[in-house]
Design a protein around this ligand. Structure first.
Ligand code: MSP
Length: 531
């Protein structure tokens, strides 16, 4: 349960701190990056709807060999490369309507200062010692591997690329010390890692034993110098993990830090779960800082059964899609098509099928048909409802229960299930409109009944738009505006906004362009060809 409400007298406002990973800026963002960020944005917007004080952090991971290598390949300095790439990420987040509260870059002074403090604290605690690292290193994954862990042909077990031999002096973090405390913590907090299958993997891994972790690299010019010894720089993963507390001003601004820490959710992909579920909590234990409440590991988007990656040249560029179809289609597809936590296949035909059927047909047509009828039979104004019929009550009950129905799904980050609940009621509303057939009622002169039906459908659309705002903020806002609502959709909360009957009769509707135009497969390929 991630719902965290301070039960103070009269105040029912909670804080909610959630994070995405800080992304490597060796290249432009792809669907994988967009996926985590869209999910985090949807959850942030949903928590705001619940009335929480949300802090949503994203950012970029800018140090390390991987960035240095990419900069060299492009003939740039690492600083030039990261400054350039960070703009690509920010531009994409703007286009996707990502409502982050803060964007941290690991090259910022505010971060570097905290990393230095953390290292000194770990050292004071007796958890850092000097030794020699001898093993293998995967630059694309920025990960250390033992000989025994490598795949045949000396390949990285994670990304299956070549690894490099490393034999150097290094500072180590006593990770082995935390094996038992971690196992105790997992058993007391079974929801610390979700989905549950991932928690089991983590527990099994830790049970096999933890080795101390090399946390510095010798003579690596692109990293934060180790405050204990300037010939070393901090291992990029340690540097990166600390972003979750440096952004809140850990060791700098206690009030800000204690307002939002601990994180309610760290959203990560399954490939980087171990860093978040083992190393990160061990570091926090050593620092004496409370642990995050949940680490959620989502699956991968694949293309023809393979993980998307730049080296395989099978990357789908989210920016093309957003430029061509706007932010909602991509957001909706990513969250609806595949249960969060599982892997999914990305293909243009699945994309086109999904958005046409759900957004253009079910939701878009419901809106268009209703608004056309309102223009035709009610002079474009929201009509007044009159006496209820039993079928009105049935639809109304379904819509009224929707917010509480999706709540448990949203708490478990089951976005696709939450959306499927909403779509069930959209389907019911379409049936209601068909059955009641207000066009026939108008012809038969049953105006009161016709107006009641149209009012009810407009009111369900108003409630849908609030509940859909976290998922498809652009389209939800357009629906809200087209049915004539004047105040800002952002200011709505589930508590007040989802009450039945808040749509004021008499206001002018504003039918405009279709909110969710149908798309064709050719549009998709056209986009691909052009770019
Ligand atoms: N910099 C580290 C994270 C440090 S967090 C303290 C990193 N960056 S990354 O840019 O390589 O990846 C960030 C996220 O994108 C990961 O959560 C990863 O799982 C996700 N994805 C990368 N490719 C993906 C897919 N093909 N599908 C879904 N998400 C995947 O790791």
């Amino acid at each position: 349960m991630i719902g965290f409400l301070k039960k103070k007298k009269g105040i029912k406002m909670g804080k909610f701190y959630l994070t995405t990973p800080v992304y490597y800026v060796n290249d432009a963002p792809h669907i994988g990056h967009a996926y985590t960020t869209v999910a985090a944005d949807t959850l942030s917007r949903y928590r705001r709807l619940l009335g929480d004080n949300v802090f949503f952090l994203t950012g970029t991971d800018e140090h390390g060999s991987k960035i240095l290598q990419a900069a060299r390949e492009k003939g740039l300095s690492p600083g030039q490369l990261v400054d350039r790439m960070v703009q690509r990420f920010k531009k994409l987040w703007d286009k996707l309507l990502i409502s982050y509260s803060d964007f941290i870059r690991t090259t910022q002074q505010r971060h570097v200062r905290v990393v230095e403090n953390v290292i000194l604290k770990l050292y004071e605690k007796g958890d850092i010692y000097k030794g020699t690292y001898s093993g293998w290193y995967c630059v694309p994954c920025e990960s250390f591997w033992l000989e025994s862990q490598l795949l045949e042909g000396r390949l990285c077990p994670e990304c299956k690329r070549e690894v490099t031999r490393v034999e150097e002096e290094s500072y180590f973090f006593r990770l082995s010390r935390y094996q038992k405390p971690l196992l105790d913590y997992y058993s007391k907090h079974p929801d610390f890692v979700l989905p549950p299958s991932r928690m089991n993997e983590v527990v099994e891994f830790v049970k096999r034993g933890l080795k101390d972790l090399s946390i510095t690299r010798l003579n690596l010019e692109w990293g934060i110098p180790c405050p204990l010894d300037k010939s070393h720089s901090i291992y990029v993963w340690i540097d990166a993990l600390i972003n979750y507390i440096s952004a809140l001003g850990y060791s700098q601004d206690d009030v800000r830090f204690s307002t939002f820490w601990p994180a309610d959710v760290h959203l990560v992909g399954k490939d980087i779960l171990r860093f978040h579920a083992i190393i990160w909590p061990a570091l926090l234990m050593s620092l004496g800082v409370e642990l995050p409440r949940m680490v959620f590991a989502h699956g991968w988007w694949m293309v023809k059964g393979e993980k998307m990656s730049k080296s395989k040249k099978n990357v789908i560029d989210p920016e093309w899609i957003v430029d061509r179809f706007g932010p909602d289609y991509l957001r909706y597809f990513l969250l609806r098509e595949v249960p969060f936590g599982e892997d999914g296949n990305f293909s243009p035909s699945l994309f086109v099928k999904r958005v046409n059927s759900d957004l253009a047909n079910d939701l878009g047509n419901l809106l268009n048909r209703t608004l056309s009828l309102v223009v035709r039979y009610c002079g474009g104004k929201v009509p007044s409802p009159a006496k209820d019929f039993p079928e009105d009550g049935r639809v109304r009950e379904k819509v009224k229960n929707l917010a509480s129905q999706i709540k448990p799904f949203m708490e478990k980050l089951s976005f696709s299930q939450a959306l499927s609940c909403i779509w069930e009621v959209i389907g019911e509303t379409n049936l209601y409109l068909d059955r009641c057939a207000p066009w026939r009622l108008a012809k038969e002169g049953k105006n009161e009944r016709m107006q009641t039906v149209l009012y009810n459908v407009l009111e369900t659309l108003r409630i849908f738009s609030i509940l859909l705002f976290p998922f498809i903020p652009s389209g939800a806002r357009k629906i809200w505006n087209q049915i004539g609502m004047k105040d800002e959709i952002e200011s709505q909360t589930i508590k007040d906004g989802v009450e039945w009957g808040k749509l004021p009769p008499g206001i002018e509707t504003r039918k405009g362009e279709p909110v969710f135009p149908r798309i064709k497969k050719e549009d998709f390929y056209e986009t691909e060809r052009k770019s």
